[in-house]
Design a protein around this ligand. Structure first.
Ligand SMILES: C[S@@+](CC[C@H](N)C(=O)[O-])C[C@H]1O[C@@H](n2cnc3c(N)ncnc32)[C@H](O)[C@@H]1O
Length: 314
């Protein structure tokens, strides 16, 4: 039926239908004029055939419209009016709309960048705080904290990059012997960070240690974390920034940082875990807070994408 209906809806089908209608009408006229019942019966049959064909065309048209509406609904993921309204609200310029949230995010970043540039003088190009790097607000919180660190304090960060440069600038400008050690598992990224440090004259302040990830077991759970040699000589850490290894290297990839570095932290050490907007890092955070042993972590500040904590000895 679909094939016949399809043909009837084509140009030749319409011509055939029109011709059949004309023939039926002609036969009816001839039958009436000649008072010939047989010709009239023929005319009625031709008319009925045209009627059936027209109904087939109508039915096929309705089916096709219904199929297209179905496809449109499926393409829209079965969206209802309420869903469409919510999406429009999300995209719109209201207080919860994307436009407003982007504006607030830009304002927060710009204001944090201005704060950073006010706290430290930047003489050369610094890598931009975007993408994988810590956000300006997190960098500002760390740079600000460096000012309150004791003379000769040691800063350690897991995962090098833009943060190494900002921490280095803040440490160097304090001119009180504060140094930074950045653990980096990727040789290429270590080189990239060293290049930015050289451009800013920070080679003596920041050491980038290439530390390949190696199998690490904590409480019978396997992890892939920086090789133990990378921790040689690290004691009295006053600021710990945990921003690596990347989540792609394994489940709770950053968990080992606290249990393995805890004995090397000084009382009151500021610990910042980045990316706590992600489920994995939030779980890491709760597990850290629940750990028993030398000293504990106390909740600190929520930054835009990170969480800061304070390490306290009993
Ligand atoms: C989150 S990044 C560390 C960023 C650094 N703390 C900062 O604020 O700039 C963690 C690790 O990811 C790797 N990495 C850095 N940038 C990357 C990129 N654009 N793509 C893939 N991996 C990257 C490096 O090995 C780095 O140590």
């Amino acid at each position: 039926m679909r094939v016949i209906a399809g043909w009837l809806m084509s140009r030749s089908g319409f011509i055939a239908l029109g011709a059949a209608l004309l023939v039926a009408a002609g036969l009816a006229v001839v039958g009436l004029v000649m008072a010939q019942p047989s010709i009239l019966i023929l005319a009625v049959c031709a008319g009925a055939a045209v009627l059936v064909a027209t109904m087939m065309v109508l039915a096929a048209t309705l089916l096709s419209v219904r199929a297209q509406l179905g496809a449109l609904t499926r393409a829209g993921g079965g969206w209802t009016d309420a869903t469409v309204q919510r999406v429009m609200q999300h995209l719109g310029d209201g207080p919860t709309g994307i436009e407003e949230r982007v504006r607030r995010g830009v304002a927060r970043d710009v204001s944090a960048l201005l704060g950073l540039h006010q706290l430290v003088a930047v003489g050369a190009e610094v890598p931009p705080p975007s993408g994988w790097a810590a956000t300006p607000q997190t960098l500002l919180a760390m740079v600000d904290a460096v000012r309150g660190l004791p003379d000769g304090a040691v800063i350690v960060e897991c995962g090098s990059g833009t943060s190494s440069v900002w921490l280095g600038l803040a440490a160097a400008q304090q001119d009180r012997g504060i140094t930074v050690v950045a653990l980096e598992h990727e040789v290429a990224y270590a080189e990239q960070t060293r290049h930015a440090l050289r451009a800013n004259g920070l080679e003596a302040t920041v050491e980038v240690r290439v530390a390949p990830l190696s199998p690490t077991v904590i409480d019978d759970q396997p992890y892939s974390w920086f090789a133990p040699e990378a921790l040689d000589g690290l004691t009295g850490i006053a600021l710990l920034f945990v921003d690596g290894p990347p989540g792609s290297t394994g489940e709770q990839a950053r968990f080992p940082a606290f249990p393995l570095l805890r004995d090397r932290l000084s009382d009151g050490c500021l610990v910042i875990l980045d990316d706590t907007n992600r489920r994995d890092e939030r779980e890491t955070l709760s597990r850290w807070m629940a750990l028993d042993g030398r000293g504990r972590l106390r909740s600190g500040r929520e930054l835009d994408r990170a969480t800061s904590l304070i390490f306290e000895l009993p």
